[in-house]
Design a protein around this ligand. Sequence first.
Ligand code: HEC
Length: 200
Amino acid sequence: MQDQPKAKPFRSSSFFKDGLSSRQPVEGTIARGWLREDKELYTGKKTTTSPSAAAPLTSAIAPTGPTATTPNANASPSQVAAAYPDDVEKFPFPITEEILNRGQERFQIYCSVCHGMTGQGDGMIVRRGFRKPPSYHEQRLREAPVGHFFDVVSNGWGAMPSYASQVPVRDRWAIIGYIRALQLSQAGAQPATQTSGDRK
Ligand code: HEC
């Protein structure tokens, strides 16, 4: 028992030609539980990419300046759609009431601190000096495909860090469902909400 001929982790070995005691996994090996076959669910990107998908980000969507309003906040719908050619426009699974409730809860935990409870970009961290995010109720973000929101949460955007490690994939979609609900709730009252409240 004392002298078992076993390989200890990371210890070299003269048994194999490459001197490693452990074998490399077969190419294409996927760890159990990590199969990500559903591209739309896991990346928010369309399965079939359009020819323009590889085009660089246009100024219509690039993160900008120190203020909340992006220069092209009022880009036309076609411009907005063209700015996110490979982002999915539909949720990868049905958004039920239960999922919306989950999204509301997760939004209030992870996003409202900066984006505010209604998505105006007036969260407490912003009131204490963090960069003010754009309102979810500006035209560009009302028209942006859901895949863009997924991209922002998963990979970060400008000053906003990625929330991929805090928010699992399905919860990200639930949050986006809730953001869509917030957008609908404010859609009719745009001029009033733009001027009221404690903005900086
Ligand atoms: C620490 C503060 C902070 C938190 C928390 C935060 N964000 Fe942001 N978010 C920002 C800032 C700042 C920007 C603007 C970034 C820029 O333009 O540089 C932004 C931008 C965005 C945008 C707009 C991207 C665009 O196209 O302009 C979306 C959508 C967004 N955040 C979603 C979320 C969601 C969903 C969550 C919760 C999972 C979240 N954010 C949490 C700070 C935050």
